[in-house]
Ligand binder design. Structure first.
Ligand SMILES: CC(=O)N[C@H]1[C@@H](OP(=O)(O)OP(=O)(O)OC[C@H]2O[C@@H](n3ccc(=O)[nH]c3=O)[C@H](O)[C@@H]2O)O[C@H](CO)[C@@H](O)[C@@H]1O[C@H](C)C(=O)N[C@@H](C)C(=O)N[C@H](CCC(=O)O)C(=O)O
Ligand SMILES: Nc1ncnc2c1ncn2[C@@H]1O[C@H](COP(=O)(O)OP(=O)(O)OP(=O)(O)O)[C@@H](O)[C@H]1O
Ligand SMILES: N[C@H](CCC[C@H](N)C(=O)O)C(=O)O
Ligand SMILES: [Mg+2]
Length: 487
């Protein structure tokens, strides 16, 4: 049990009815989870409004209600706290409830359209290899040092973040690397956290269904940097058009990394092949198993971060050379018949383009590139034709298929992807709604030395249709299909 008054520390209250000197059990923002003596925080969501469930929470025995709008009838014995923003209040209360766990470790947030999972996961592995206890909050999983927890979001809700940071405190974790998505920032899931530093990877087209305009999307990402303290570091990609925008209003110490411009951390690509690339960073050569210009940026970002967090430069370079690809990010294998199959989480136009540039740069002769790709349902529709254009223009054959249709019609999504195909590329495309069949077809079409790219789902192990998830793993599917065809 905790004192309500303590949990409310730092929350700006506009009205209070009842006693704050009471003991409470837990904090929740979902009426279906509250129990006796909990606090219920009512949040205005996109689908429904938490204020509608205040009575239900009271029926379940809560002691206090945090709300933006006071109910007309207040119940005796319940404490009501009015706030301007329920999401913000929830985040501060979550941090207080777990005794500000972010201040007991060095927390680094990573934001940007692409590369967050790659950068956070690589930093987690690098610091583990350096002998530290490390935490990770990512799209793929949450790690409390060696213990793995499942996650449903890239940036979980404030209670889940602070709960896991608290577990990290208990386990003696010293560094935690965390993805900070634009939805997460907008819904204030990371509000009240004490960041040691923040990293910006890049900004390109995504989530324009949610943020409406690109400027709004950019400004949401920027808020992570605006909120940093003077002692924190803010590290940005200087080659990205919006790299410096992120640092405009930050109080933190500013650092830059780049491949093309003069920057604090400068890198150069000397050589690249399918199994890795040779880079030059700070006058030292470094071999990395991760390929593609985009990974050169990711490597520079982790090099700079490790340096800013106090690791020795030469040790960092040695450890980077030991790092493997992150699950579902340019994960590849070569079949008996020398067909290369690559599974990659490219689910945005920019990521797809980067991956195809990287693949095309690896071609040595007239081998074909066959791309299997789809776009998620209930997500930004405007990226669909753009991805259709990129896939068909940059591959010899593009097969459009389903990628988590969610509540939308898979055929309609595919039609929207097809709409971006230019007439001269039309004969290079096929549409096969069933992803398994699409992958099989790609494998049938492939000949020795060809490259198959299966894009969009990366590490995901499911296909989601109408709220139901069925097991599906691109890497297993493409491996099995090539094997069955004896390739
Ligand atoms: C669009 C979006 O981000 N929605 C998030 C939002 O849900 P919402 O606004 O729809 O909430 P709602 O259903 O309207 O409910 C409003 C409130 O009423 C409460 N409620 C509801 C019903 C009830 O019976 N009782 C009750 O108390 C709910 O708990 C909630 O507090 O708040 C929920 C609770 O935190 C999130 O789970 C949910 O994420 C949904 C599932 C989601 O798919 N989010 C994706 C888009 C997302 O966040 N993605 C980013 C990564 C994107 C990227 O960068 O690529 C991420 O960080 O994962
Ligand atoms: N620095 C980068 N710049 C551009 N593209 C990248 C970069 N790093 C990775 N990618 C591409 O984007 C895909 C997604 O990468 P990653 O999962 O690291 O991004 P993310 O930001 O975590 O995405 P999400 O928003 O879904 O969490 C990769 O599979 C790769 O194709
Ligand atoms: N974090 C991204 C992941 C997209 C992955 C793709 N496979 C899809 O389901 O759209 C999102 O929620 O938009
Ligand atoms: Mg991610």
């Amino acid at each position: 049990m905790k004192l309500l008054k303590d949990i409310l520390y730092g929350v700006s209250l506009t009205a209070v009815t009842g006693d704050t000197n009471v003991m409470v059990n837990n904090v929740h923002f979902d009426s279906r989870k509250v129990e006796m003596d909990d606090v219920f925080v009512a949040i205005k969501g996109l689908i429904t409004d938490g204020h509608k469930y205040v009575q239900k929470a009271i029926d379940s025995g809560v002691k206090a209600i945090v709300c933006e709008v006071m109910p007309e009838l207040v119940v005796n014995g319940i404490t009501y706290l009015q706030v301007d923003n329920g999401n913000k209040a929830l985040a501060i209360m979550a941090s207080n409830f777990y005794e500000t766990p972010s201040k007991n470790l060095k927390l680094v947030g990573v934001t940007g359209t692409n590369g967050k999972t790659t950068v956070t996961s690589l930093l987690y592995s690098l610091f583990k290899k350096a002998g530290y206890k490390v935490g990770l909050i990512s799209t793929i999983k949450i790690m409390v040092d060696d213990k793995e927890y499942k996650t449903t979001h890239t940036t979980p809700d404030a209670l889940a973040i602070n709960y896991h940071l608290h577990l990290m405190n208990e386990a003696g974790v010293e560094f935690c690397f965390m993805e900070v998505s634009s939805h997460g920032i907008h819904q204030k899931r990371a509000e009240g956290l004490k960041f040691e530093g923040a990293i910006f990877t890049n900004l390109s087209h995504d989530h324009l269904d949610y943020h409406k305009t690109f400027a709004e999307y950019r400004d949401t990402k920027k808020k992570l940097f605006d909120g940093l303290s003077k002692s924190a570091f803010a590290l940005t990609n200087l080659d990205d058009k919006n790299g410096m925008v992120m640092l405009q209003n930050t109080k933190a110490k500013k650092y830059t990394y780049a491949l093309k411009s003069f920057s604090d951390y400068r890198g150069q690509i000397l050589e690249h092949q399918l199994d890795g690339q040779l880079l030059k960073i700070d006058d030292n050569e470094l071999w990395s198993k991760l390929i593609g210009d985009f990974n050169a940026y990711n490597i520079l970002a982790i090099y700079a971060t490790a340096d800013l967090l106090g690791l020795e430069k030469l040790e960092i370079l040695k450890l980077i050379s030991e790092l493997d690809n992150v699950d579902g990010r340019f994960q590849y294998f070569i079949s008996k018949e020398k067909i290369t199959a690559i599974v990659d989480y490219a689910h945005t136009p920019d990521a797809l383009k980067n991956v195809l540039i990287t693949i095309n740069a690896l071609r040595t002769g007239n081998e074909n590139v066959i791309t299997v790709v789809g776009c998620g349902g209930d997500r930004d529709k405007s990226k669909r034709p753009v991805m259709g254009h990129i896939a068909s223009d940059m591959s010899n054959q593009a097969i459009f298929t389903s990628d988590n249709p969610r509540t939308e019609s898979p055929e309609k999504i595919i039609e929207e992807i097809e709409a971006g195909v230019e007439p001269q590329n039309a004969k290079k495309t096929l549409s096969i709604e069933n992803r398994k069949q699409a992958i099989k077809t790609a494998c049938k079409l492939a000949m020795a030395n060809d490259i198959i790219l299966v894009a969009g789902k990366g590490h995901e192990t499911y296909q989601e249709t109408n709220g139901k998830r069925v097991d599906f793993d691109d890497f297993k599917e493409v491996k099995a299909a090539l094997h069955d065809l004896n390739k």
